[in-house]
Design a protein. Structure first.
Length: 75
């Protein structure tokens, strides 16, 4: 599966100092179904869980946005 990052997702990753490679590695390890999905994962080096919104079509997963959840939120 190919993982692409939308421009918005790249900018959010840079803003919050999230590793695109780490996000991609986690997405490739999951079984994703077609359509839009919201995922919450823990990334190493991040204080809070990270929310990732993706859109999957055919064999391409596009990351629409990604950002750390605020303190106090529970998975």
């Amino acid at each position: 599966m190919l993982v692409k990052f939308a421009r918005h997702a790249r900018r959010r990753a840079q803003l919050y100092k999230l590793s695109e490679a780490e996000i991609e590695k986690n997405l490739l390890a999951m079984q994703l179904r077609k359509g839009e999905s919201e995922l919450i994962i823990n990334l190493p080096g991040c204080k809070y869980p990270v929310k990732i919104v993706i859109s999957v079509s055919d064999d391409v997963a596009t990351v629409i946005t990604n950002y750390p959840l605020k303190k106090g939120r529970v998975r």
